[in-house]
Design a protein around this ligand. Sequence first.
Ligand SMILES: Cc1cc2nc3c(=O)[nH]c(=O)nc-3n(C[C@H](O)[C@H](O)[C@H](O)COP(=O)(O)O)c2cc1C
Length: 182
Amino acid sequence: MSSLTVFALSGSLRAASTNKGLIRCAMQLAPENMKIITADIGDVPLYNEDVATAGTPEAVRRVLDAMQSADAFLFASTEYNYSMAPALKNMLDWASRVPANAVLNGKHVAIMGAGGGMGTARSQYHLRQVCVYLNLLPLNKPEVFVNAFTGSFAANGDVLDDKVKGQVRQLLEALAKQCQPC
Ligand SMILES: Cc1cc2nc3c(=O)[nH]c(=O)nc-3n(C[C@H](O)[C@H](O)[C@H](O)COP(=O)(O)O)c2cc1C
């Protein structure tokens, strides 16, 4: 298999985020030939068409460049009030305004998330709806819904639970398979 660059984004911005922990776990468990990169989106401003028209802000450009270089995506979809976290949606809004949707169009996406009792299921299904418009191609299975409050994570957000690690690894293997030429 040829080398695959996957760009990972967390909906949560906090330092000890369990969703960032899932991404770190993915980086450690990535299959051979898969490189996972990520970026801090804490300084990305809210999308404003006036600002975009005047010129792409540096904080946005930095992330878009990394996204452009990626073959596929990995989203850790934090759930806020039954939907995806605004930081992730905002970054997708910026990316969607690149001409011809070139940053996102037709790329495969793996989705996971850690949150309350439903493990971010509701946020993930909203995110899947957004993917339709963006022509991002989410994997249907496996779904990775992780409870953030039952001891699966250390205080700093690192994944402790071997079952969760196994689910992350399976998700990455499915993504690698999906990205292989048919
Ligand atoms: C504004 C806000 C809204 C939230 N809404 C939900 C929710 O709808 N469903 C849920 O499972 N958890 C919800 N939570 C709890 C988060 O899932 C929990 O804080 C989780 O740990 C956040 O992810 P993180 O550890 O990556 O920061 C909410 C938290 C915040 C701050």
